[in-house]
Ligand binder design. Structure first.
Ligand code: GDP
Length: 287
């Protein structure tokens, strides 16, 4: 398919915590998280999911600015001191997600004030659990935002998603896919979390560590995730841990910032001298 009839765009879901942003991305892209095997240089955003169909590709990304702001808000930092989102500028479509089961509140307003509403798609989620009156009340409140469009949906019951996706595709610009289909693979969430830790580790140590460092989730229970960092030599262990655990602490903080609120991340360092030479292990580590 040539560039003339293919649409390809970046979409971000914004909204206060718990409205169902991740559930929506998962429902649209499939329950597995898509990661791009070559680190995308095209965007400053983390790819949360890629939706592919024969005539279009939608790349769902995080809006780090908003995430930071919402976290800071949670920590009661003076919200007015924070700059407006800005980071959403290079995204084609911004979806403002609202929760139909709770009235439009200050958290929703706070986020709404930080997006360009005339271009935003309002998504009223959780219609499966809300009464008709609740859905109508939320749509009424949302109408006052004067957004570009409104979609009542349910990520859980997969209701209204086709209409939403069709609209997002129609809003995406014409152009070739951002990522070739074979560069995108669907991975289980544990592989994604392990990859997230590895990425932050390499970022914090600024490439002092060899890329052979591996990570894997060894336990996942409820909101407690244990990630093992496997190094080849005892000397690398110190680099990973840092002075008084400083490196590990920073890696944990950075990774946690991208995980759902309340996630408890336990990082452990293990020395495994020859994991690279043992295919069974490489396989188990997800490479
Ligand atoms: P996020 O913080 O905005 O990413 O929200 P999540 O996707 O983590 O969802 C928050 C909670 O709402 C989870 O417990 C979800 O299972 C639930 N949830 C998300 N979408 C729906 C929906 O359409 N219907 C119902 N009933 N629950 C939902």
């Amino acid at each position: 398919m040539s560039g003339d009839d293919f649409r390809s765009g970046f979409v971000t879901m914004v909204g206060r915590p718990n409205v169902g942003k991740s559930s929506l991305v998962n429902a649209i892209c499939g329950s597995k998280v898509s990661i791009v095997s070559d680190k995308p240089q095209t965007t400053r955003h983390r790819v949360r999911g890629v939706y592919n169909r024969p005539d279009a590709q939608l790349v769902f990304v995080d809006t780090p600015g908003l995430h930071k702001a919402v976290t800071a808000l949670g920590e009661r930092v003076n919200a007015t001191a924070l700059e407006s989102l800005g980071e959403a500028d290079d995204v084609d479509v911004v979806c403002l997600v609202l929760d139909a089961t709770t009235p439009f509140g200050s958290g929703d307003r706070w986020v709404a004030e930080r997006v360009e509403l005339s271009r935003a798609v309002v998504v009223v989620n959780k219609t499966d659990r809300a009464s008709r009156e609740q859905v109508l009340a939320m749509l009424g409140a949302a109408a006052e935002l004067a957004a570009e469009s409104y979609f009542p949906v349910s990520a859980k019951a997969r209701r209204g998603l086709d209409e939403l996706v069709d609209h997002l595709v129609a809003r995406a610009p014409f152009g070739p896919p951002m990522f070739p289909a074979d560069a995108v693979r669907d991975v289980a969430e544990d592989v994604w979390v392990a990859e997230l830790v590895r990425e932050q580790l390499l970022a914090v140590t600024r490439d002092e560590l060899p890329y052979s460092i591996a990570t894997r989730v060894s336990e996942w229970e409820g909101n407690r995730v244990t990630v093992e960092i496997v190094v080849e030599r005892e000397s690398q262990k110190g680099m990973v841990i840092g002075k008084q655990g400083a490196v590990l602490k920073q890696v944990g903080e950075r990774a946690r910032a991208q995980l759902p609120a309340g996630t408890y991340l336990d990082l452990r360092v293990k020395v495994d001298k020859d994991w690279q030479r043992r295919p069974d292990r490489v396989e188990r580590l997800g490479y």
